[in-house]
Design a protein around this ligand. Structure first.
Ligand SMILES: [Zn+2]
Length: 294
């Protein structure tokens, strides 16, 4: 255990669903709903909210936005998505990457953020997002029925485990503050908006993974960018993002009330580790060259 402050970005974790389905590990000792916002769409957009959480400013300032006339431009996105699913596998990734950077929109902010003093993984708007991009390919594949439901779920759970395991390793290393974004509940919510019994089973599996993480770390914040409309919550548009985002933490005291307040709230709890050192390699260099390491 360490002083590391761990931030799990749990995309689309819906506060009402987490409570409804008794996800006791997601509901840490101190939790609440938190105000989120819509910028380019009528509902909160993953792309735009995560950089706000990390930088503390709205999309106009952090610069990571979706095309403003989304409905019009969406045709272009869909076209690229179609190309991506029809090309041979080797060519798929570049097409998917194009989808994430069309129209001259920034995909990464140039601003400082709450992980500057630590490290961050797969966080939209901050880092490259290899897991999220891969999941985008799987979502297209499941839509086109070239990937089974079981495989889709297995792959997403594996990626969720990667993000959560990464946080545990970073915490063990004593990194002052670490964050990872895990997207599983977003894709599953879009898939199962009208089949809440299936979505509930995924919430329970994620709850198990987070229970494991909680055993590994002392100081944890879970935050979501938005929730998901479902038939279980009698929403008008099942499978569309909801405004029911959440925060949940091991820390005592007041919680941040909106997405722009999280950065300051986290930074006030991070302890600085001071200078980092360079080191020497003890093995003979020739041996390392023979091994192909150098
Ligand atoms: Zn999202």
């Amino acid at each position: 255990m360490s002083d590391t402050f761990v931030v799990l970005g749990l995309d689309a974790a819906d506060y009402d669903l987490v409570k409804k389905w008794d996800c006791e590990n997601l509901l840490l000792s101190n939790h609440n709903g938190i105000d989120t916002f819509a910028h380019s769409l009528d509902v909160p957009a993953t792309y735009e909210v995560w950089p706000t959480i990390a930088t503390g400013v709205f999309p106009d300032q952090h610069g990571v936005t979706l095309p403003s006339s989304w409905e019009k431009k969406n045709r272009g996105f869909r076209f690229l998505e179609e190309i991506g699913t029809r090309l041979p596998k080797l060519l798929k990734s570049p097409a998917i990457k194009i989808k994430h950077s069309v129209e001259g929109h920034e995909t990464k902010t140039s601003l400082d953020h709450m992980f500057n003093n630590g490290d961050v993984y797969n966080w939209p708007g901050l880092t490259s997002c290899p897991d999220w991009e891969q999941e985008g390919e799987w979502f297209s594949a499941v839509k086109n029925k070239s990937m089974s439901e079981q495989n889709f779920r297995r792959n997403h759970l594996a990626n969720a485990g990667k993000g959560i395991g990464w946080l545990s390793g970073m915490s063990q290393a004593g990194t002052p503050v670490v964050g990872a974004h895990v997207h599983i509940l977003d894709h599953m919510g879009h898939l199962y908006g009208k089949r809440p019994e299936k979505l509930e089973s995924i919430y329970n599996e994620v709850d198990e993974l987070v229970g494991w993480l909680h055993d590994q770390v002392d100081r944890l914040l879970i935050v979501s960018d938005h929730g998901m409309q479902t038939t279980a919550t009698d929403d008008p548009q099942p499978g569309v993002h909801s405004f029911r985002s959440m925060v949940s933490t091991t820390e005592k005291g007041g919680l941040p009330e909106d997405m722009t307040a999280i950065r300051e709230w986290v930074e006030s709890r991070v302890k600085n580790n001071g200078e980092e050192n360079m080191t020497e390699i003890d093995a003979p260099m020739q041996h390392l060259e023979d091994l192909g390491y150098l």
